[in-house]
Design a protein around this ligand. Structure first.
Ligand SMILES: NC(=O)c1ccc[n+]([C@@H]2O[C@H](COP(=O)([O-])OP(=O)(O)OC[C@H]3O[C@@H](n4cnc5c(N)ncnc54)[C@H](OP(=O)(O)O)[C@@H]3O)[C@@H](O)[C@H]2O)c1
Length: 331
């Protein structure tokens, strides 16, 4: 295995999508508890964007102070296991899997088996690949943190994005009445996901407080924009829940996560529950997502499928806000 080459996106310094080039580099070798996956499809999202820019700066402590420690970007993957590292149980060469690895914008990547699951039955690799990061984040926000119940009124901000497009569908599957917030051009896509109401963040004020408390939201899954926590809190019922997932447009040091941290710290002192989500990647949650895909309750919203050679262009589109749902990368 050692010394064999593969094509991969390579990034040697932090910066914009111009730092991404496609090169021939050595294939990685799986370590303990990891497998080598021949990647059929990968995906990019805001997390990949954050790591590309090295923001929040605090994350550089883990990902490399001056340049990315792993020069190959990308986490989401769908593909076939081609080699097993030491101590791997329950996976075999030839298994088709999806999940998260380190450096999935490449022909081969290594991934811990604890972050992989069998690919959902009947799901093409390009659809499976957009699920792991965004789907698990949405699942945990809606089901595990907010614990959405049938009949609840749920507001999802950032409903047209990677996480939001899954959150809308998962909240609908839980029996909620869902209002999605996005830009006008993406409203038809959010309606097609099952949202009962769609608001435009450039025109409407989704957090306007209704006179009657019964008309407030039971749950806000806050993914897009950076509304002050106080405003989010006032838009939910007294026993409502606000889950702080995203913080687009924040400062470089904490990339907006300071809002979520301070919001969660204040939670014990206010009637509503304010929770910050730090999503986890784990096989059990991928299996829960697979069941939703196989039952048809969730259908990944794939904006387009782009070849590896055009990954930098795809990232530039994401950066410019032109993507609806997720972008898949065909390897
Ligand atoms: N907490 C966690 O564990 C976790 C995990 C994954 C992601 N995240 C975070 O979640 C956020 C979203 O990630 P993503 O991958 O879903 O991003 P994305 O695909 O780029 O989607 C961004 C969404 O935000 C909306 N938006 C943009 N500007 C807005 C504004 N001013 N007001 C309201 N909405 C606005 C966009 O709507 P339009 O394009 O229609 O304008 C779009 O729906 C990011 O901050 C990411 O870092 C957090």
């Amino acid at each position: 295995m050692g010394g064999e080459l593969m094509r991969a996106v390579v990034q040697r310094e932090y910066g914009g999508s111009g730092t991404w080039t496609v090169e021939q580099i050595e294939r990685p070798t799986p370590g303990r508890g990891e497998v080598l996956v021949e990647v059929e499809a990968a995906a990019i999202d805001r997390g990949t964007w954050h790591l590309m820019h090295g923001e929040p700066w605090l994350a550089r402590l883990a990902f490399g102070l001056r340049r990315p420690r792993n020069p190959v970007p990308g986490r989401d993957l769908a593909g076939t296991v081609t080699a097993l590292g030491p101590g791997v149980d329950g996976f075999a060469i030839g298994d088709r899997v999806y999940g998260t690895g380190s450096g999935s914008l490449a022909e081969f990547t290594v991934a811990p088996v604890a972050k992989l699951a069998p690919m959902p039955a009947g799901c093409p690799a390009e659809r499976a690949a957009v699920l792991p990061v965004s789907g698990q984040t949405a699942l945990q926000a809606v089901c595990d943190v907010a614990r959405v119940q049938p009949g609840q009124r749920v507001l999802v901000t950032g409903a047209s994005g990677g996480v939001g497009s899954f959150a809308v569908q998962i909240a609908k599957a839980a029996g909620a009445e869902v209002t999605g917030v996005c830009s006008a051009a993406k409203a038809p896509a959010v309606r097609s996901l099952g949202a009962d109401h769609v608001l435009d963040h450039r025109v409407d004020d989704p957090l306007a407080v209704p006179a009657d408390e019964a008309d407030r939201y039971d749950v806000i899954i806050d993914i897009g924009g950076r509304a002050p926590v106080k405003r989010l809190r006032r838009a939910v019922t007294r026993d409502g829940v606000v889950v702080l997932v995203g913080g687009l447009g924040g400062g470089k040091l904490l990339a907006g996560y300071e809002r979520a941290i301070f919001g969660a710290v204040r939670s014990p002192f206010v009637p509503q529950r304010i929770a910050m989500l730090a999503s986890k990647e784990q096989s059990a949650d991928l299996e829960r997502l697979s069941a939703m895909i196989e039952s048809g309750a969730v259908v990944p919203l794939v904006d387009s499928v782009v070849p590896l050679a055009r990954a930098a262009e795809a990232m530039a589109s994401l950066e410019a806000g032109r993507v609806t749902g997720k972008l898949a990368i065909r390897i």
